[in-house]
Design a protein around this ligand. Structure first.
Ligand code: 13P
Ligand code: SF4
Length: 335
C-alpha cells in the first residue's frame, strides 16, 4: 500500500483496514516500529489489555497530557480517543500525532457543540469558563482554564470564591465539584454515556453479596452512585487507591479497561465491574474500544490517520491548557 492509497482509505473509513497475516507477531512489529520511527505510544487505561501491554506510558487524561507535552519523540501514537490526540497536538505541535481510528470520539465531547456553547457563554459575560479536558479543541479555545478529574478541585480552588464560573461539559463532574469546593458553578448539560449507565439498584445488591467489598467510582458517575462510593477519583487515583488500601475486594464504577492495571498491580485482590442498568456491556466505552492492535500496527506502519489543526485554533486552545499545566505543576500534581 502506498501513502496515497492509505490516505484515500482514511477518508473513507477513518482507519486503515489492512489484511494482516494472522501469523504476524503484532507486539514485536509494534516494538520495531516504535524504535524505527522514534515513536512514543501513549495509552489510556480504558484501552484493551493488549494495547496497554505494548504502550510506553499508560495514564489518565492529566498524565497523558503531561507526557505528550514533554516528550521529545518524533511521533506520538495515541491509543485513546480523538480529544486526547488533539490535546497532544495542541501541546506539542511539531510532533506527528497519530490516532489509530478517527471514529474514536467521546459522547461527553459531543455533548458540547461549539456554536451552542458559544451562545450559552455569551449570555454570562462575567463568568470564567472552566472546561473538562473531554471536549473539542473549539471548546478549549472558548475556555479560560482546562481541568481533568485528577486536578479539577485544585483548578477551581485557584479561582477567587467570588468569581462566577461556567463548568463544561460534564454536569455530573460539575455537580460533584460544586459540592466538594462549595461553589455554585453554572453547569453545561453534558454527560458520559459510560458513566451514566451504572445501576444503583444492582450495585446495592452486589454490595449485599460482597459485604467486604468497597465501591470506588469515577466522578463522571451520577450523584446517586457517588453518594454510595467509599472512594471517588480519576482513573489514576482509583488505581493508586487500590494499591495502597488494605481491602481485598472492590466494585469498580468506571470503564472496565482500568481493571487490567488494577489486577496486575494487586494480583491477590478481586475487582468487580459495577453493573450497568441493562444487560449489555455498556460500561465498555465504544469509542475507546474502537482501537485494536491491528489498527495500531497499520497506523504506525503507514503514519495515518494524522491529527492536524489550524494554527489559530491550536494557539487559542493551548492557552487554557497551559494554565492547567501550570496550576498542576505548582500543586505537584502528576497524572
Ligand atoms: P481520567 O482518565 O482523566 O480519569 O478520565 C476518564 C475518562 O473518561 C477519559 O475519557
Ligand atoms: Fe468519553 Fe466517556 Fe468514553 Fe471517556 S469513557 S472517552 S468520557 S465516552
Amino acid at each position: 500500500m502506498n501513502i496515497n492509497i492509505a490516505n484515500t482509505e482514511i477518508k473513507k473509513r477513518g482507519f486503515l483496514d489492512l489484511d494482516i497475516d494472522p501469523q504476524l507477531d503484532l507486539f514485536a512489529e509494534i516494538e520495531k516500529l516504535k524504535k524505527e520511527k522514534n515513536a512514543i505510544l501513549l495509552a489510556h487505561y480504558y484501552q484493551e489489555p493488549d494495547i496497554q501491554d505494548v504502550a510506553d506510558y499508560i495514564g489518565d487524561s492529566l498524565g497523558l497530557a503531561q507526557k505528550a507535552a514533554e516528550t521529545n519523540a518524533d511521533m506520538i501514537v495515541f491509543a485513546g480517543v480523538h480529544f486526547m490526540a488533539e490535546t497532544a497536538k495542541i501541546l506539542n505541535p511539531t510532533k506527528k500525532v497519530l490516532l489509530p481510528d478517527l471514529n474514536a470520539g467521546c459522547s461527553l465531547a459531543d455533548s458540547a457543540p461549539a456554536p451552542l456553547f458559544k451562545a450559552f457563554k455569551d449570555k454570562y459575560p462575567d463568568h470564567l469558563v472552566i472546561s473538562y479536558i473531554n471536549c473539542t479543541a473549539e471548546i478549549k479555545a472558548l475556555s479560560d482554564i482546562i481541568c481533568t478529574s485528577g486536578n479539577a478541585e485544585k483548578i477551581i480552588e485557584s479561582v477567587p470564591v467570588d468569581q462566577p464560573i461556567i463548568f463544561a461539559p460534564d454536569k455530573n463532574l460539575g455537580a460533584y465539584l460544586n459540592k466538594k469546593t462549595s461553589r455554585n458553578m453554572l453547569l453545561w448539560n453534558g454527560a458520559c454515556m459510560v458513566h451514566e449507565i451504572f445501576s444503583a439498584e444492582k450495585i446495592t445488591k452486589l454490595k449485599i453479596r460482597h459485604p467486604q467489598a468497597k465501591l470506588i467510582a469515577h466522578p463522571e458517575c451520577e450523584e446517586v452512585i457517588l453518594s454510595m462510593a467509599d472512594f471517588i477519583g480519576s482513573t489514576t487515583q482509583l488505581l493508586k487507591y487500590t494499591k495502597i488500601d488494605n481491602y481485598q475486594q472492590y466494585i469498580v464504577a468506571t470503564e472496565t479497561g482500568i481493571l487490567h492495571q488494577m489486577q496486575q498491580a494487586s494480583p491477590s485482590k478481586t475487582f468487580i465491574p459495577a453493573p450497568p442498568n441493562n444487560s449489555c456491556a455498556c460500561n465498555d466505552c465504544p469509542h475507546m474500544k474502537l482501537n485494536t492492535l491491528e489498527k495500531l500496527y497499520g497506523c504506525m506502519a503507514y503514519e495515518v490517520p494524522e491529527i492536524t489543526m489550524e494554527e489559530s485554533l491550536r494557539l487559542a486552545a493551548k492557552k487554557p491548557m497551559d494554565r492547567m499545566l501550570e496550576i498542576s505543576r505548582a500543586a505537584g500534581l502528576i497524572g
